[in-house]
Design a binder for this molecule. Structure first.
Ligand code: GDD
Ligand code: MG
Length: 332
């Protein structure tokens, strides 16, 4: 079975990390999140993945030089300009000649969903499109559904104003589509699958939901990107885990590092305290610095303090400085 994976967004909410690395290529548990996602699709029966690319396609091609990720064959569909989610799905599916039931996934979703279960539910309902659904406390930042008892979606609303959500069941970003969904997407223009297409399929009575309580995180925002990493240390994931220090991480024995992932080539000096953080490949934490609940790709100088901050590849915290609830370099 084919899957289209959406990986062409700008990753704005993860800047400045995404100034140098596209969001789906950022590591989760020392592997690009896209590799973990493709592994999960493969476990569910997907053999071919079409990467719907736009912004910065090269890093993806360089990461998988033989055109495979594990046993999965990769196809690259590079949009001439951003077509939004629906336009990108249509462009990628036509590029790969998809004409049968296929899977679609948002490139930033980390979940333990069994994709084969989603496909089986889709077939059971005779659906045109089936969405994976998850219950959350605050649904307003997501697509939200009103689900009927027979599993059909009565209403789909993308990012409703807080207080107006029809339920707490959200679109979890993994779908099964019949090829006929492609006919509902106008050619060569920006189309949102969530705003422009799902409501039409719902009105036709052919949109279904498959609700599970699997582990699920949209790693496209800083706190959840950090959580997606830390959750691999704490054994929260059904099929996946990670070591705290990647092979090639350089951690001084005199450093205190807890509940933190340290990537290959990152260096943590003596006397530092690093807690609840993700130290990405290439980062440097100098002597006696303290880092808490942060994402670091750049450099933290000696005796500096960093709390709940994001430091991009070009970010440097000067020695003795204090940085809290900020990003470096600044976002403009
Ligand atoms: N190729 C391509 N072209 N990909 C795109 C484009 C585009 O123009 N725009 C966005 N994408 C990709 C992003 O890279 C991401 O993988 C995916 O589409 C979804 O975009 P996000 O920007 O992450 O959307 P979101 O998180 O605000 O909302 C989406 O995900 C939620 C669940 O995590 C929606 O699908 C919501 O309905 C859903 O609840
Ligand atoms: Mg997202």
């Amino acid at each position: 079975m084919h899957a289209v994976v959406l990986v062409g967004g700008f990753g704005t909410r993860l800047r400045p990390l995404t100034n140098t690395i596209p969001k789906p290529m950022l590591p989760v548990g020392h592997e690009p999140m896209i590799a973990r996602l493709i592994g999960r699709l493969a476990r569910g029966g997907v053999t071919d993945v079409v990467l719907a690319l736009g912004f910065k396609p090269e890093p993806f091609m360089e990461a998988f030089p033989d055109g495979r990720c594990g046993d999965v064959v990769l196809h690259y569909a590079v949009e001439p300009e951003p077509l939004d989610t629906g336009g990108a799905i249509r462009f990628a599916a036509l590029h790969a000649g998809i004409d049968d039931t296929f899977v679609v996934a948002n490139g930033d979703v980390m979940t333990d969903l069994d994709v084969a279960g989603l496909v089986a539910a889709h077939r059971r309902h005779g659906a045109e499109a089936t969405l994976h659904l998850i219950g959350v406390d605050d649904p307003s930042a997501f697509g939200v559904v009103d689900l009927a008892d027979d599993g059909s979606v009565r209403q789909f609303v993308e990012k409703p104003a807080r207080g107006t959500e029809p339920s707490n069941l959200i679109n979890a970003g993994t779908y099964v589509f019949e090829a006929s969904v492609l006919d509902r997407i106008p050619a060569e223009q920006r189309v949102s699958i969530e705003r422009d297409v799902f409501p039409l399929v719902a009105d036709a009575g052919r949109l279904f939901g498959y609700s599970t309580d699997d582990y699920w995180i949209d790693a496209g925002v800083p706190d959840f990107y950090r959580a997606a990493n830390l959750d691999l240390l704490s054994g929260k994931r059904a099929h996946e885990s990670a070591e705290a220090f990647a092979p090639g991480a350089i951690v001084d024995p005199q450093a205190t590092v807890s509940n933190t992932l340290v990537g290959a080539g990152a260096r943590i000096a003596a006397g530092t305290t690093v807690v609840d953080s993700v130290i990405l490949p290439g980062a440097v934490i100098e002597e006696r610095a303290q880092v808490e609940s942060s994402l670091v790709m750049g450099r933290v100088g000696a005796d500096a303090t960093v709390i709940e901050s994001i430091i991009g590849a070009d970010g440097v915290v000067a020695a003795d400085d204090h940085l809290a609830y900020s990003t470096l370099p600044d976002l403009d």
